[in-house]
Design a protein around this ligand. Structure first.
Ligand SMILES: *Cc1c(COP(=O)(O)O)cnc(C)c1O
Length: 426
């Protein structure tokens, strides 16, 4: 290996003694061991061996302004002095909620929680409570966090490590979760017809960001909106990745399709833990204390995450969307050119600041096709880039992101690294 990674290796050996698999989230592990981070600034990660990487993982999405953003640091420092958890409401929660409502089309009211996982878990409970129905429809390969209702054929870490269905989840819990392939109109029609008046909600990642980057076919999200409306089923957009990313109002603004409920996270916390459930007023008001559907959390709406969220949204202006989309497109075009030039079996997908290459000869429209990708070749690509100072997420089934700090100079360096890696890919 060309990279110097001795210190990371040592730390990994030590970590393994105390932390399961040496990591606290499975996606962070890759063979033979991950690099350990010392610090991060702008678009760079610095590891304990003195390596510097251009970061396209960006903590799996949140760091759209780059690492250690000055405005966020300043705001959070000020808030630290004022206390970090009160168990009482604050004005800042109103400020952030108003900003969310202003941006996200379906959002009339907000409930802040601590993670995307909590957001989708509570959103599903809300949908079940409101409709009085048990069943939910989920897409193969969609990831909605690590809770029991949705850990069936989930993407990302579970798929990478070969366990898309987790043991420890009783069949009784998931028998009400109906799986359908993404981008397939007949499959969901059939599922709805076979379960008439039993389905509470359809939960969907409008762009599937946890099996790479799978785009909805033209008209597919509109179709989901129509068929759910016709059958009195609630439509939940899981916008934990796409929220504030595809556009100010997320995928629902970008595609012009408004769900009943949406879940948010990642970008919303500016690098701190957060999640949110948003939706129409009459639905949201069914949550406790107004309604009977229980949802609670000691750290819900905690002042640190809320402060970082406010400082983040303030900086997501038109220029942010223009620039991050522009740089992600340049890199995607570069990869497509290289795929052609070296005659590699691969497909490249890109939307706004998201992109991914699949080493796959087919158009990747769903999970089953994504799974046929050549993951070994992907890991070659991954290591090739890492050795040249470019860090993309270490899995074929993740998505790359650009931040506002990936400027032209950084993009040029990345292009050079990609060109070198492709020479070795055969
Ligand atoms: C990351 C993610 C989640 C889970 O969010 P956490 O904050 O990691 O719990 C849920 N849904 C989607 C689409 C995600 O990408």
């Amino acid at each position: 290996m060309a990279l110097k990674m001795e210190k990371s290796k040592e730390l990994f050996e030590e970590a393994k003694k105390y932390l399961v698999g040496g990591v606290n989230s499975p996606v962070r592990y890759f063979k033979p061991y991950p690099f350990f981070v010392e610090k991060a600034k702008d678009c760079y990660l610095f590891d304990v061996d003195g390596n510097k990487y251009i970061d396209y993982c960006l903590a799996y999405g949140p760091m759209v302004l780059g690492h250690a953003n000055e405005n966020i640091i300043k705001a959070v420092k000020e808030q630290l002095e004022l206390g970090t958890a009160y168990g009482c409401p604050t004005e800042k929660e109103i400020i952030l909620a108003k900003e969310v409502v202003k941006r996200v089309p379906c959002a009339e009211m907000v409930r802040f929680v601590n993670s995307g996982t909590e957001a989708t878990m509570s959103a599903i409970r809300l949908a079940r409570g409101v409709t009085g129905r048990k069943k939910i429809i989920k897409f193969d390969g969609a990831y909605h966090g690590a809770h029991d209702y949705v850990l069936v054929k989930s993407g990302s870490g579970a798929l990478t490590h070969g366990t898309p269905n987790s043991p420890g989840i009783p069949e009784e819990t998931t028998k009400n979760t109906i799986l359908v392939p993404f981008n397939d109109e007949d499959a969901i029609k059939k599922a709805i017809n076979e379960n008439k008046d039993e389905i509470a909600c359809v939960i969907v990642e409008p762009v599937m960001g946890n099996v790479g980057c799978i785009l909805p076919k033209e008209g597919y999200l509109e179709f989901l909106r129509e068929i759910t409306e016709e059958n009195d089923i609630l439509l939940i957009f899981d916008e934990v990745i796409t929220g504030f990313r595809l556009a100010k109002g997320g995928a629902q603004e970008y595609f012009g399709v408004v769900p009943d409920i949406a879940t948010l996270g990642k970008i919303l916390g500016g690098g701190f833990p957060i999640g949110a459930i948003v939706g129409k007023k009459e639905i949201m008001e069914q949550f406790s204390p107004l309604g009977a559907i229980y949802q609670a959390g000691t750290f819900n709406g905690n002042p640190i995450s809320i402060t970082a969220g406010i400082a983040t949204l303030e900086q997501l202006d038109d220029k942010f969307y223009r620039e991050t989309s522009r740089t992600a497109k340049i890199l995607s075009d570069t990869l497509r050119d290289l795929v052609d030039r070296y005659n590699i079996n691969a497909k490249v997908y890109n939307i706004a600041s998201m992109f991914q290459i699949y080493f796959n000869e087919n158009e990747v429209l769903n999970y089953e096709i994504a799974k046929m990708s050549d993951v070994e070749r992907f890991m070659k690509y991954f290591w090739g880039l890492l050795e040249r100072g470019v860090f993309v997420p270490p899995s074929q089934f993740e998505c790359c992101f650009t931040s506002i700090k990936h400027d032209d100079e950084v993009i040029d360096k990345t292009i050079k690294a990609m060109e070198d890696v492709f020479k070795e890919l055969e």
